[in-house]
Ligand binder design. Structure first.
Ligand code: VG1
Ligand code: CO
Length: 543
């Protein structure tokens, strides 16, 4: 085989964010841009020679071209084998599953997740380690450092591989195996959940809708929900993955999943509705005329975990990202389990799961998952809810309201100000920091401020420290107000404001979260000058 060593120059800004390197497609299309990042990754991950790499993506624009480049570079850099999803497709949780099942050295996942796709939109790449999870910060920082000095990469001169046919091919000394994108994942789901019970539920008049948002979960949801579980054809909406996600944001929230939301809040609403994002790791759960916040969903799954066969032996512990509401903490306390609070991003859960400290993890950003893989998992959450509904034989709304009655309700909301000026966004956070001392011990939003800080995390397993993970105002009554800048956007900055207050009084549980949090919302603006600085009179997305 012929290997070319290509001279190159470093590109600025190849630092992975919350979940990999995400840039506009046009940036990735510059010659050598992708190649540099891939070579820097291979140079930073240790001794993989002869080992297996998993490659797949969410099917967005540029997925196929990128995969061909990666295959040729993997061969030139002496991987032994690459497992690649058919058509280049692997959802993020399926990639994690394949890495684990086939004991691969690691994987490259091509996705910009919930960001739009197409020639003028976003692309992304991230490296996952052998446990199936996103590379920890130590590895991503090493990759970044390598991108700053890289001057050469290796690539094989060869024809493109046929990605559409399952089978084995050679690329020089390396073997490429094109695998069924769904099979390994579907088999794992069948081990965790009571498929017979869910099948009976669906056969007994229970109705549901799943919106794949023209993204990667289409084939997975069709195979599992319609195929294995027998839901009627058409249950999966927008099930054909498209390179541009039909022009939308493949982001399962109340704003962007409006087609499903209209159905679930209409006159003939199904009993259950769910959606997933671009790469299949997020989930939104809805009942008839009812929205379940992701933070509540985590808590409810934890409280009902024994409904699912895969979790009947009990769960080890729970972890949630810092901005996620403390609803799960209350369940952990009730069950006598440890609850961990990590920075935003799934990579922080990996060590806790590997060490056996936690079984369930969740983020307020529509991410829920468990130690069955090392990524959050959209369809897994949907199946968990279906399993709970099959056992409890009650409505989504009743289950959630019953949960609040027992544990109290954590009113919660996230306000996103997307695509704002970067300097203004930095100022918003700085304004709050500047008042840390002045606010502490004072009254704000009719509550007294206990503590203000920049959230920092020390990993309890390897002792690594991550600083500046969100600006927090914590109140004596457990309420919280958090300001954070997004690490997944590709243009300007996105300010996220997270608000939480706890309500033990059941007579107030039916209140709308925006109403219940109104004084906190006003106070957040008062402290930060968020609206004035960003020039926005309201958030882009309210969850
Ligand atoms: C967002 C979410 C975070 C999530 C990340 C990746 O990050 O807030 O909770 O882990 O996206 O999700 P940020 O830095 O923009 O707030 V996904 O579905 O892109 O893989
Ligand atoms: Co995602």
């Amino acid at each position: 085989m012929q290997i070319r060593q290509v001279n190159t120059k470093p590109f600025e800004g190849q630092r992975p964010g919350t979940s990999g390197l995400r840039k506009k497609v046009k940036v990735f299309q510059q010659s050598n841009y992708l190649e540099n990042f891939v070579q820097a990754t291979f140079d930073s991950i240790g001794d993989y020679v002869g080992a297996t790499l998993v490659v797949g993506g969410d099917g967005r624009f540029y997925n196929r071209q990128a995969i061909q480049v990666i295959l040729k570079m993997a061969a030139a850099n002496r991987f032994g084998k690459v497992l690649v999803g058919q058509g280049g497709i692997l959802s993020t949780p399926a990639a994690s599953c394949v890495i684990r099942k086939h004991q691969a050295y690691g994987g490259l996942i091509l996705s910009a997740s919930h960001n739009p796709g197409g020639p003028d939109e976003d692309f992304g790449i991230k490296y996952n380690i052998g446990n199936g999870g996103p590379a920890p910060e130590g590895v991503t920082e090493a990759i970044y450092a390598r991108t700053e000095v890289l001057n050469q990469y290796n690539i094989m001169v060869a024809d493109d591989i046929d990605l559409d046919t399952v089978g084995s091919f050679s690329l020089g000394d390396m073997q490429v195996e094109v695998i069924d994108s769904v099979a390994d994942y579907a088999e794992l789901m069948q081990q965790l959940f009571d498929f017979d019970g869910i099948q009976a539920l669906l056969a007994g008049g229970f109705s549901m809708a799943f919106d794949a948002m023209h993204a990667v979960t289409g084939p997975y949801a069709r195979a599992i929900i319609e195929g294995m579980l027998g839901a009627p054809a058409g249950t999966v909406m927008n099930g054909e993955p498209r390179e541009d996600f039909g022009g939308g944001h493949p982001d399962p929230n109340l704003t962007y999943a409006h087609e499903l939301v209209e159905k679930m809040f209409g006159d003939q609403a199904p009993d259950f509705g769910a959606a997933s994002d671009g790469d299949g790791d997020r989930n939104m759960i809805l009942g008839a005329n009812f929205f379940v916040t992701p933070s509540d969903s985590l808590a409810i799954i934890a409280a009902n975990a024994d409904a699912a066969p895969g979790y009947r032996g009990g769960i080890a512990g729970i972890a949630r990202s810092m901005p996620t509401s403390a609803a799960a903490d209350r369940v952990a306390e009730d069950l006598g389990l440890d609850c961990y609070e990590t920075p935003t991003g799934w990579k922080f859960f990996g060590n806790l799961m590997d060490a056996g400290k936690v079984t369930l993890c969740g983020e307020e950003s529509f991410g829920t998952g468990s130690n069955h893989v090392r990524e959050k998992d959209g369809l897994w959450a949907v199946l968990f809810w279906l399993n709970i509904l099959a056992v409890r034989k009650d409505s989504v709304a009743n289950i959630v309201e019953g949960h609040w009655k027992k544990f109290g309700r954590n009113f919660y909301s996230r306000h996103d100000y997307e695509g704002v000026d970067s300097e203004a966004a930095a100022k918003v956070l700085q304004n709050v920091r500047n008042q840390f001392d002045a606010l502490t011990g004072q009254s704000l939003a009719h509550r007294s401020v206990k503590l203000c800080d920049d959230f920092a995390y020390t990993d309890p397993v390897d002792g690594s420290v991550s600083e500046n993970q969100g600006v927090r105002i914590l109140f004596e009554d457990g309420s919280r107000m958090i300001f954070r800048l997004s690490g997944t956007g590709t243009s300007g900055a996105t300010v996220r404001l997270y608000l939480e207050s706890f309500e033990p009084d059941a007579s107030r549980h039916a209140l709308d979260a925006q109403e219940a949090l109104a004084d906190m919302i006003a106070a957040a603006d008062y402290v930060s000058h968020l609206k004035q600085l960003t020039g926005r009179d309201k958030p882009t997305v309210i969850t």
